[in-house]
Ligand binder design. Structure first.
Ligand SMILES: NC(=O)c1ccc[n+]([C@@H]2O[C@H](COP(=O)([O-])OP(=O)(O)OC[C@H]3O[C@@H](n4cnc5c(N)ncnc54)[C@H](OP(=O)(O)O)[C@@H]3O)[C@@H](O)[C@H]2O)c1
Length: 327
């Protein structure tokens, strides 16, 4: 569906999220380094970060640990979790602080792993921030063995929805405004879905012969602020299975950020979040208005259709949030 052609209005226009604008901002907008950032606002906050073993999630985890926050971070297995714990200890040793970091195992493609993770998560009294960062970039069609669903769909639709609903009660228990932060990509704006019914869109995305890798893509804001963000194009582990590696290598040399700079985007976004930017998208140092693709998805009913589908797919998680909201 990401075709750089005249049939896709989003790839050849000067939409603020189109590839031209994104490239322009990568060249010219400033992205600080999280190592130089004043982290005092994050001391003693309790934060959940998914996918902390690599790239931007790893840098973000280290920054929260340096800040004296209580970090709950996920790793896909115990070996990776152990390596992560050691890396954080190494990082904080010269600062003479004892990091408060809990590493929880979470393999999002496994229902059993999500269930085990959730029982540990619900032991915490509340959360200040949730950063749903874990993500993959999968250009080839691949199936998740547990569910039979295409892997990116599994991760971005089912797992992200369930993580959001599982973390929401803990954010709602926070006496100040909890902040939910979903890491996405500017590439969401390049999707050009022809289907306005979510189930029809999912059906198309879940078929190997019609799978286009770029097409995927009522809580009261006084209680939880929600936003999504992108770290921007970063040199991380994300493109490990990318088949067109030469283009990525070339772009990497030209415009790529470090995961450190990606993490700076996350932390700056969390600090800047307030009711005015509830539901907005953070990219290249600031909150920006919704992309045309997101606005159309809302206007044309795709967003509502997706929400009803999530409620049908995860009724228990939804009831859990409803109970917390007393509705
Ligand atoms: N890098 C970019 O240019 C870019 C641009 C736009 C948006 N993003 C978004 O930024 C976020 C961070 O990406 P990154 O660049 O830091 O990539 P990364 O280095 O590949 O990190 C991704 C993290 O997600 C974890 N993860 C992957 N699959 C998982 C699964 N099934 N269950 C649980 N955890 C899983 C990975 O664990 P392992 O270490 O075990 O693999 C890793 O910790 C992603 O959501 C990505 O889509 C990145």
């Amino acid at each position: 569906m990401l075709d750089f052609s005249f049939s896709n209005p989003y790839t050849l226009t000067f939409d603020p999220y189109g590839p031209f604008a994104v490239l322009y901002r990568l060249f010219f907008s400033r992205s600080g380094s999280v190592r130089e950032k004043d982290l005092s606002n994050f001391a003693n906050k309790r934060v959940l970060i998914t996918g902390g073993t690599s790239g931007c999630g790893l840098e973000c985890t280290k920054a929260f640990a340096r800040a004296g926050a209580h970090v709950i971070v996920t790793a896909r297995n115990s070996e990776k979790g152990e390596a992560l714990r050691e890396e954080i200890l190494e990082e904080t040793k010269p600062l003479h602080i004892t990091p408060k970091v809990d590493v929880l195992e979470l393999e999002m493609s496994s229902e059993d792993s999500i269930t085990a993770f959730n029982s540990r998560l619900q032991e915490y009294p509340s959360l200040d921030f949730v950063i749903l960062n874990a993500g993959i970039y999968q250009t080839d069609f691949a199936i998740c063995e547990d569910t039979g669903m295409e892997q990116t769909l599994q991760m971005r639709r089912r797992d992200l929805s369930s993580m959001t609903l599982l973390a929401m009660p803990l954010l709602l228990r926070q006496t100040t405004q909890g902040r939910l932060f979903i890491i996405s990509s500017e590439a969401h704006a390049w999707a050009n879905p022809q289907q306005k019914l979510f189930t029809a869109l999912m059906e198309m995305l879940n078929q190997p012969d019609t799978y286009p890798c770029y097409a995927r893509y009522h809580i009261n804001p006084t209680r939880v602020l929600t936003a999504s963000a992108t770290p921007g194009f970063c040199r991380s582990g994300l493109f490990r299975s990318f088949s067109g590696k030469t283009i990525a290598d070339y772009l990497e040399r030209l415009v790529c950020r470090t995961p450190n700079q990606g993490a700076w985007q996350y932390l700056t976004a969390i600090e800047d979040m307030d009711a005015e930017v509830h539901g907005c998208f953070f990219a290249d140092g600031k909150f920006r208005p919704s992309s045309t693709a997101a606005t159309l998805a809302k206007e044309e009913g795709l967003q509502d259709s997706m929400w009803s589908n999530v409620l049908k797919m995860l009724p228990e998680c939804a009831q859990h949030v409803a109970r917390e909201l007393s509705i």
